[in-house]
Design a protein around this ligand. Sequence first.
Ligand code: 6PG
Length: 244
Amino acid sequence: MKNDVRIYADPTSLALAAADFITELAAACMAARGAFNIALSGGSTPRALYGVLASRGAQINWSGWHCFWGDERCVPPDHDDSCYRMAREALLDHVAIPDSQVHRIPGELTPPDAASSYEQVLREFFKGEWPRFDLILLGMGDDAHTASLFPETAALDRHDSWVTANYAPTAIQPNRITLTIPAINATANILFLAAGSSKAAPLHQVIDGARNPRHLPAQFIQPAAGSLTWMIDQPAAALLQTKR
Ligand code: 6PG
């Protein structure tokens, strides 16, 4: 796997660099098409990034932004564990993205209903074509899961749908909804964020190690016709051999 790996001193400079990356990409997409489609991520690492983006306020033209999510925990939108709620509080409440352009995953439904409802939203938005987001933001868990694609779980085998429910071996809300691997890999750009020393070993395995994607699902992520960028902080990069 060829990766563009960028390393930053600490989580703050990582968040600033990720915000610059997104700001530039969004401006280019807005100039070209008047729209920018982004799939947001949950987890703790993006929170600081959302704060930086929110602080840029009117420097960014938010009018054509469409926000989606790469995965969600099966909880109502006001639940503490909701990825939507985190993004709303850190970013969406502070910027001028029209509500009609915020396409959350309905985690309050049963998992199969939430998956089919979100897939329907994507199919309408992308007019039946595979969902080519301008950017999907992803994190990576200490077990090398990404989105809600956990090691050795059923969602890894879903190739016919864009969205699926998944039961995850995790303490935080095991019932999940996630984009499938082919839906993620149809995107134009992927930005992975990873921070902290707990990510050092899995990152080394994912980037430098032998291919074993069922055990290291982040290895499945490789856009068919797009870019893949890793932004990581020094502690997460401690064991990496493949550095830029
Ligand atoms: C979630 C996502 C998950 C997350 C990673 C990284 O639970 O929200 O499913 O893929 O992005 O676990 O999370 P951190 O940024 O908290 O390390």
